[in-house]
Design a protein around this ligand. Structure first.
Ligand code: G
Ligand code: G
Ligand code: MN
Ligand code: NA
Length: 245
């Protein structure tokens, strides 16, 4: 109950911010986009992690206003970046709960229109949980979003239950290999083999591949040699406020 009312206050008191982490292309290290990551500054200098409050917000239903706030802000940022003659995209983490509401597609269309953000400046990150039930509905919505030129990525790939062949049923552009696999590159042969295989299979199914959690030049070199398309991680940049981009 305490967390619930404070989440409401967080929105009203401007305690929420988005931080942005670069996503770079393997071939030339160019920054092609930024992932928007929500931060809640509950007291000055004290940040509550979304890992803590997002699951809670999903239980109370507050994820909807929270997620709507995130989308509006992310679209505004995309417009500001484009005005600065940048061609980068903004990737937004989308809660499956928000996605599954029939109002999501109209909400997004309205937010794009109101902010002047073009669909092609936006990328949606969904987790494999969208496959759990109602795949037909997910396929239908994702198809419509892609027709509008919004990019769709599957986040945390490899941690859920689905396989790439299952994913192939979904209209998806990219898979983001979970950082737990990248973390094992130096020490675990199995992680190296898995990363190499996922990249090859994903690309042969026409998905682009992003490796997450790149923290060292060796990890960057390994995934690049394996033919990965994009990389993201502390080695290239931590999530920072817009002003610091
Ligand atoms: O940034 P951090 O590592 O603390 O994020 C923890 C988790 O919270 C990650 O799984 C991330 O995808 C999720 N997350 C971060 N920002 C958002 C957001 O704006 N919306 C949703 N739904 N999840 C987010
Ligand atoms: O689930 P998702 O991939 O959206 O989670 C993104 C989270 O991963 C963010 O909270 C971000 O802070 C964190 N993150 C981003 N890069 C790195 C990294 O290089 N190492 C670690 N440990 N975490 C990272
Ligand atoms: Mn993500
Ligand atoms: Na991820």
């Amino acid at each position: 109950a305490v967390m619930r009312s404070s989440l409401q206050e967080a929105i009203e008191r401007n305690q929420l911010t988005l931080h942005y982490q670069p996503i770079v292309r393997c071939s030339d290290s160019a920054t092609v986009g930024y992932e928007a990551l929500l931060r809640w500054e509950r007291e000055p200098g004290k940040f509550v992690s979304p890992g803590e409050f997002i699951p809670l917000a999903e239980m109370t239903g507050q994820i909807i206003p929270l997620s709507e706030w995130v989308f509006r802000r992310a679209c505004e940022t995309a417009v500001r970046l484009q005005e600065a003659e940048s061609t980068v995209k903004i990737a937004v983490n989308l809660s499956t709960l928000h996605f599954n509401r029939t109002e999501f597609a109209p909400f997004l269309a309205q937010t794009l229109a109101e902010t002047g953000c073009k669909p092609e400046w936006l990328e949606l990150e969904l987790t494999e949980s969208i496959l759990m039930d109602n795949t037909d509905y997910a396929v239908e919505v994702l198809q419509k979003l892609r027709e509008q030129k919004i990019t769709i990525a599957i986040d945390d790939f490899g941690t859920g239950f689905s396989s790439l062949s299952y994913l192939k049923k979904l209209p998806v552009d990219k898979v983001k290999i979970d950082r737990s696999f990248v973390a094992g590159i130096r020490t675990h042969r199995a992680d190296r083999v898995l990363i190499g295989s996922v990249i090859k299979i994903a690309q042969s199914l026409n998905f682009e591949v992003v490796a997450e959690g790149i923290e060292t030049p060796q990890q960057a070199e390994f995934v690049s040699e394996m033919g990965c398309d994009y990389m993201q991680g502390y080695y290239f940049g931590r999530p920072v406020p817009f002003e610091e981009l």
